[in-house]
Write a new protein. Structure first.
Length: 77
């Protein structure tokens, strides 16, 4: 977990994989070894830094979760 955090910090400082003008958002994830390995594999497939891959996975998961609730808010779900 510490290695992931350190890599995320390095990626954020170096602006790796971030389009010009995009804001920085720090993401902290609690994950076990298996989840970390899956994230690393996903990041390598997508050719993105782990931090960006994590954000993509979270975004895609939330979109899938709430895709059937287009007219409701998170509070109502």
């Amino acid at each position: 977990m510490e290695l992931l955090q350190e890599q995320n910090e390095v990626d954020m400082k170096n602006n790796i994989g971030r389009p010009k003008g995009e804001k920085k958002y720090h993401v902290m994830l609690s994950m076990n070894k298996k989840e970390h390995d899956m994230l690393v594999a996903f990041a390598e497939l997508e050719k993105r830094p782990k931090a960006n891959a994590a954000v993509m996975l979270i975004r895609d998961s939330l979109q899938a979760l709430f895709s059937g609730h287009n007219k409701t808010t998170l509070k109502n779900c």
